[in-house]
Design a protein around this ligand. Sequence first.
Ligand code: ADP
Ligand code: ASP
Ligand code: MG
Length: 243
Amino acid sequence: MLKVKKFGGTSVADKEKIFNVANRCIEDYKNGDEIVLVLSAMGKHTDELISLSNEISTNVPKREMDMLLAVGEQITVSLMAMAFYKLGVPAVSLNAFQVKMFTNSNYGDAELTKIETERIRKELSEKKIVIVTGFQGIDENQNYTTLGRGGSDTTAVALAAALKADSCEIYTDVDGVYTADPRIVSDAIKLENVSYEEMLEFSNLGAGVLHNKCVKIAKENDIKLVVRSSLTNSARYYDFKLL
Ligand code: ADP
Ligand code: ASP
Ligand code: MG
């Protein structure tokens, strides 16, 4: 099975969490699965990069902002590759430029237009776990772009579509989609089923659990998403399939 697994910022926020993700992937790898891992920037790193730019100016060129923000995901993927190396499992980190994930030039809110699969396929054929930067793309002039806050979900789903993956698993710090943000609304109810249309509405209303663009791509490409908690142990994973 070819599995795309995406882990968000809170799931890769420190050394322990990075090794936790690596070990989870190794379980599947040892069972014979091919793994493409999509990662976000660590913890609140994207916010920190934005604050850093604000120290220079609050009116920065959008191209330069994306050049800056693309750094966050690159740190995570390279550290993750080092973790696999330490655990004795072959892995390689790739950014948007190396994969060739193309977008339009709408800096800060770019749309993916084409993802080439050749490099990823080559690395998978060499039995490596392939770790890809979420959130970033390149435009036709080879400038870095970003897909909008929370955009790593979209990278994962678009990659799953391009690779015709068998599954696309979004790991985060909640165990599914709720009727409202469970961190704010204490009696929010975990939804067992939700249609793509409902999910689109949720994410358009700001339910950060899934990026709005990823829901659209999942629908168009008929990709079943699984939302899982990266914090609970494997025996208690909660699978949430968007019907
Ligand atoms: P990640 O870093 O893994 O991408 P996000 O912070 O982007 O995580 O998304 C997960 C967060 O989405 C949860 O911690 C939760 O607070 C928030 N959230 C907002 N609305 C919802 C909802 N309807 N269901 C579940 N989580 C939600
Ligand atoms: N790092 C980016 C953000 O904080 C993308 C993501 O987390 O999906 O918005
Ligand atoms: Mg997110």
